[in-house]
Design a protein around this ligand. Structure first.
Ligand code: TGC
Ligand code: FAD
Length: 395
């Protein structure tokens, strides 16, 4: 039987027929294609690469970008619902889709030239080209604006030097959107700019990060630039400054808020099923009041997240969404999902520590999700700065 859905407040009634259909299709895909294979990939520390073509065929790669670039052109609520279902399967599968769609295709669409759009987007939509996003460095994560990676202008090229770390898809990417500081000819000061770096560029190399205990079904690695010469035409001309990478993150953080809610739904459903079956002290553990309290708490938090992301999506589709609202949703939905996953692991007792059940996989994955795309605390500080007018990041 497929996933029955977790929907205590009838959030389903807030969806249009198209949105419901898209959600059901993604749900079916995850039940039939992701869940049967994902534990094995998590155990083996491998990305299920065969899913790329399937997700492309379903229109998930670049799903909200326009049809003229080979994308599905769906609204933001559908994008969110797809992320919710993919992460109900596994955060690594959602991560792949987030990076491809929001961190690589979106900046090329938004800040790239028409030539760059035509060259990359249709092939990224079909999964022929895989993307990565290089912002974080060994020495600078939260403080992204202090990055060390530099580009210099040399003839009709940019010469890149530096390193990016903790990069999803690093070793399988055909291209990476990389952020570096550069002083363009005629400009007085250096500024952060985005570059498209193709994987076969001399001076560009990658290293895979091994032994992760989280996001094991996702590839993570380093991007290294050693006098890496990229054509001038690979600059993304439409943006300058830290707002460039941060605006891409708004797109991805939005999807993560939905995705983590899906992960929490999976943990809750597994816990409810388990609690009804598992008998201790002559009755199902679902009849013990402390377990009942845990289940009720999980469902309450999931319901709050579901309502939050739905309104977030409606605001985004109405073009009224502020990035601080995305920060609140990312922190809340991921933070609560992580707590829910830990409680789910507890309800499963010893069985909860094996990947025969999904809960420890979600719990471990969510540790990364809570850290990447801005840590929980960084997002709380972004909201705090908004409401107090006091800048906690000011030096
Ligand atoms: P700050 O002064 O706040 O901002 C600099 C400029 O950017 C503007 N801005 C934004 N613009 C668009 N969207 C946002 N969310 C924005 N936030 C700020 C701001 O208005 C300003 O513009 P301007 O025109 O005045 O220059 O910069 P700050 O240095 O104080 O930093 C603030 C802080 C800490 C919030 C920021 O650096 C931050 O968000 N840090 C977190 C870094 C992060 O999230 N890294 C993620 C890396 S990618 C990743 O993790 C992918 S995981 C992929 C997966 O597998 O799913
Ligand atoms: P740090 O910034 O060193 O933070 C360490 C701790 O200090 C955190 O608890 C943080 O909240 C706290 N802290 C930092 N500053 C403050 C402050 N001002 N006030 C209070 N507390 C503070 N990056 C990419 O660019 N592309 C990717 O594709 C990508 N994929 C990733 C995949 C995985 C699996 C992981 C784990 C990370 C990925 N990242 C990626 C990197 C990720 O975005 C960073 O790890 C994240 O931004 C945090 O940076 P950091 O790890 O350097 O931690």
């Amino acid at each position: 039987m497929g996933f029955p859905g977790v929907d205590y407040f009838d959030v389903d009634s807030m969806l249009t027929d198209d949105e419901r259909m898209a959600r059901d299709q993604a749900r079916h895909f995850v039940d039939n294609e992701v869940l049967p294979i994902i534990s094995e990939h998590f155990n083996d520390h491998t990305f299920p690469a065969h899913l790329t073509k399937q997700m492309a065929d379903l229109g998930y790669l670049g799903c909200y970008l326009p049809e003229e670039y080979g994308c599905a052109g769906v609204n933001n609520v559908i994008y969110g619902l797809i992320m919710q279902e993919l992460e109900r399967g596994d955060s690594g599968v959602r991560s792949f889709c987030s990076v491809q769609t929001s961190l690589c295709m979106w900046p090329i669409f938004t800040y790239g030239t028409e030539e760059q759009r035509r060259k990359y987007l249709p092939k990224m939509a079909t999964g022929e080209l895989i993307g990565a996003f290089g912002l974080t460095e060994p020495d600078y994560g939260s403080d992204a604006g202090s990055m060390i990676t530099r580009a210099r202008v040399e003839g009709d090229c940019f010469v890149l030097n530096g390193a990016k770390m903790w990069i999803t898809n690093a070793t399988v990417a055909d291209l990476a959107v990389v952020w570096a500081k550069v002083k363009l000819t005629g400009e007085e000061h250096e500024a952060i700019r985005g570059f498209i770096v193709e994987a076969d560029t001399p001076g560009f190399s990658t290293l895979e990060t091994h032994n992760k205990f989280s996001l094991r079904a996702s590839i993570t690695g380093e991007l290294i630039f050693e006098d890496c010469r990229i054509p001038a035409a690979n600059l993304l001309p439409g943006v300058k400054g830290l707002a460039g990478p941060l605006s891409c993150l708004n797109q991805a953080r939005y999807g993560i808020a939905w995705g983590a809610t899906g992960s929490a739904m999976a943990c809750y459903q597994a816990s409810l099923d388990y609690a009804k079956e598992r008998v201790q002290f002559h009755k199902p553990i679902a009849a013990h009041q402390l377990v009942q309290h845990k289940l009720a708490w999980m469902l309450t938090e999931i319901t709050k997240s579901q309502l939050m992301v739905m309104q977030l999506g409606r605001l985004k589709d109405a073009k009224k969404l502020r990035h601080q609202q995305v920060s609140m949703a990312k922190a809340n939905c991921v933070g609560r999902a992580l707590e829910i996953a830990r409680v789910a692991r507890d309800i499963h007792g010893a069985n909860g520590i094996t990947t025969e059940y999904p809960v420890i996989r979600h719990m471990l994955n969510l540790e990364s999700v809570n850290t990447y795309e801005g840590t929980y605390d960084i997002h709380q500080l972004i909201v705090a700065r908004d409401i107090t007018g006091q800048d906690p990041f000011a030096v």
